[in-house]
Write a protein that binds this ligand. Structure first.
Ligand code: GUN
Ligand code: ZN
Length: 424
């Protein structure tokens, strides 16, 4: 066992942040040998019970749960900052040509290593990520995540139509490859597989049907896709699937709406769509830096909450502009402020932080496993330095309560705040 003494942030079951100014985090193996949180709370209240356990003194810093990125594309690491008129030209002119390079497994390995190091440098310890349509891109990523001991979920992109040579796959082979990858990787160490239709326009009905059949056969595998991101895309889907009730309805018609299904964006949904998200247990990956960069629109927090829909935060790199959870949380705050039916919201900092940790884990069906530091959680955590910059040191020293401290970090923070990232 090992213990760490520092300020300690975690989340209660009602999503509120719990903060010990002089905290103790005790980490050790559980009955199965996984390294988990054995105790978390006030130092003085706990220390006698753990006499004899080595304590690392980190006072002045803050221990917090590792961040969970609910939506990101590892092959788009080099696409960040590519300007385009909107989603569809961005895909055609930048994203597909970059992703075509992943037919070369060595390129996949090099990008996967850089990508994971960048996630960890930014304090992200778990992600649900797109690979590309090339099965070798999935093998490269899983191998890299396994070597680092990360809890990581990815999958081969399915896209058998309306896609250029180099990324388009074959309907039957794509489903055979998906099943083989599930059998090879899902549940190995801390890895999980996600069935990954890119989005409805680039999959034939036969491919979506096959994806839905696999999702039924492998019920604890994840599903990830995009939905209702951009108005041109929504119109295109209505033309391609005239019988569907809505864009989200296409996925539902093919059996792709269930627990552990994560749909990126969910901007242009209607009330019936939100109700179906809630009823099926599917969740939205809110990706505000991407939505602002590509001009896609604004996630409607008030409507999502009214429907009781699950959601969490994702960077959506490379449509998204940053690996930093602080940047994503700040963009989400702006969306709450300005992107709603008036009056705008002022999302609480603890709520934003929850959406990128325990809330994102709950959306994945991994609550109590990652994204929190309650006893029993796998011990993925970050050490935050509230004095990482002169301005941060000045602001955080003046914080009178937890909200002010967390807001200072969200508004002024970036990778410089992450002093250390610890995996299990
Ligand atoms: N819709 C289909 N593919 C993509 C993608 O790669 N990024 C985003 N933001 N939206 C998509
Ligand atoms: Zn995306």
């Amino acid at each position: 066992m090992k213990a760490y003494r520092a300020a300690l942030l975690r989340f209660a079951d009602d999503h509120t942040p719990v903060f010990d100014t002089d905290g103790l985090l005790v980490v050790g193996p559980d009955a199965t040998g996984r390294r988990v949180v054995r105790a978390a709370g006030d130092h003085d209240a706990l220390i006698d019970r753990y006499a004899g356990v080595a304590v690392e003194d980190l006072r002045g810093q803050i221990i917090a749960p590792g961040f969970v990125d609910l939506h990101i594309h590892y092959p788009q690491t080099d696409v960040i900052g590519a300007p385009a008129a909107g989603l569809l030209p961005w895909l055609e002119n930048y994203t597909f040509p970059h992703e075509a390079r992943f037919s070369d497994e060595e390129h996949g390995r090099e990008v996967a290593d850089f990508f994971l190091d960048e996630l960890l440098r930014n304090g992200v310890t778990t992600a649900l990520a797109f690979a590309t349509s090339h099965p070798s891109s999935v093998n490269a990523m899983f191998s890299a995540a396994q070597a680092r001991g990360m809890c990581f979920i990815t999958g081969k992109v399915l896209q058998d139509r309306h896609s250029p040579d180099g990324v388009r796959d074959d309907t039957e082979q794509s489903l055979i490859d998906t099943e083989a990858l599930i059998q090879r990787w899902h549940g190995v160490d801390r890895l999980g597989y996600a069935i990954t239709p890119r989005f409805a326009p680039t999959s034939s009905p036969a491919q979506l049907r096959g994806a839905g059949e696999l999702a039924t056969r492998y019920g604890d595998v994840w599903i990830q896709s995009h939905v209702a991101e951009n108005l041109d895309e929504v119109r295109w889907v209505a033309e391609l699937f005239p019988d569907a009730r809505s864009y989200l309805g296409v996925y539902e018609d093919f059996g792709l709406l269930r627990e552990r299904a994560i749909y990126a964006h969910c901007i242009h949904l209607d009330a019936a769509d939100r109700a179906r998200m809630q009823q099926t247990g599917a969740a939205a990956a809110v990706s505000p830096t991407s939505n602002l960069f590509l001009g896609s629109g604004f996630f409607d927090y008030a409507a999502a909450d009214a429907a009781g829909m699950r959601y969490g935060l994702g960077s959506d790199v490379g449509g998204g502009t940053s690996f930093s959870p602080f940047h994503t949380m700040l963009a989400a705050y702006y969306v709450g402020r300005e992107g709603q039916t008036k009056p705008g919201l002022s999302l609480a900092p603890g709520q934003l932080w929850w959406q990128h940790t325990a809330g994102a884990a709950q959306a994945l069906g991994l609550d109590g496993v990652v994204g929190n530091l309650q006893p029993g959680c796998e011990a993925d955590f970050v050490l935050l330095n509230p004095q990482a910059t002169p301005l941060l040191a000045r602001k955080t020293a003046q914080a009178r309560n937890l909200d002010e401290l967390l807001f200072a970090l969200i508004v002024l923070g970036d990778d410089r705040v992450i002093a250390r990232t610890v995996l299990a």
